[in-house]
Design a protein around this ligand. Structure first.
Ligand code: HEM
Length: 231
């Protein structure tokens, strides 16, 4: 059970900086990779466009929270991009001696969790290098919530960590997913776009945040406004 405390006023600026950084550093890059990945696969692009049109048809053309909830496939595209372009590291300090996979880790040591390794592990992900948003359809039926947590030896319960895990996982998770759904659905609805260059490789010299996966080169997108901007 979590205990919530009122934030002391003197710490508020620190939290504001963390929030601003988290939004700018992660969501914008994750949205970039999702857009580039979608644009580089014609079948995926068609599915995304059809889903957005159908959702807008049921919401009288308004981009609302309810409308965003009608975009599961676009959500899978975001997750698949977060899988392939994961943040570099997540840190935990060991508070008491613990044994992990046969290794004794003494209290006071730091553990580095590396999502980019886990999320591309071929033992956990079929055709791990492929961008395949549909893999999340089956995954969400079989590998989420209580059933996965019931078996502590099931490695697959930690196979996807874009927002971390446990008590210190990202508090902006739901907000981030919705802001990316909103941005991407507006872009794909209002603009005809295509990649000018091939999708760039990631810059593996950065470790913190999704910045780890910043593109190593410029990725230009040709875009034309299809119609007057929707609200
Ligand atoms: C694609 C978008 C995002 C990704 C992938 C992401 C990922 C992460 C990760 C991996 C952590 C560390 C979790 C851990 O150590 O277990 C984190 C922490 C954090 N995130 Fe996000 N984040 C995103 C967007 C956001 C947004 C939009 C906000 C704010 C509205 C936010 C606020 C924070 C804060 C405040 C923390 C620190 C939490 C703490 O130290 O207890 N994040 N995020």
């Amino acid at each position: 059970m979590y205990e919530f405390q009122v934030l002391p006023v003197n710490l508020a600026p620190n939290f504001l900086v963390t929030f601003s950084w988290a939004m700018q550093a992660n969501s914008s890059l994750a949205a970039f990779w999702t857009m580039a990945r979608i644009l580089s696969d014609a079948d995926v692009l068609l599915k995304v466009q059809a889903e957005i049109s159908d959702a807008l048809a049921t919401s009288n053309g308004i981009f609302s929270l309810e409308m965003l909830q009608q975009l599961p496939y676009l959500g899978y595209c975001i997750k698949e991009s977060l899988r392939l372009h994961a943040n570099g590291i997540q840190l935990r300090r060991v508070m008491k001696d613990v044994e992990i996979a046969g290794f004794n880790v003494p209290a006071g040591h730091d553990i580095i969790i590396c999502p980019v390794v886990v999320q591309n592990d071929v033992r956990l992900w079929k055709d791990a290098e492929k961008f395949n948003p549909s893999r999340f359809i089956e995954r969400e039926k079989t590998n989420s919530g209580a059933s996965a947590m019931a078996n502590p030896n099931d490695l697959s319960r930690f196979d996807f960590l874009p927002f971390g895990h446990g008590r210190y996982s990202c508090p902006g998770n739901v907000f981030a997913m919705n802001e990316m759904l909103l941005f991407l659905s507006m872009m794909f609805h209002n603009f005809a776009m295509r990649l000018v260059n091939a999708i760039p490789s990631a810059d593996n010299t950065k470790l913190v945040g999704v910045q780890h996966a910043a593109p190593a080169a410029v990725c230009r997108v040709f875009h034309v406004l299809k119609q007057p901007l929707s609200t």
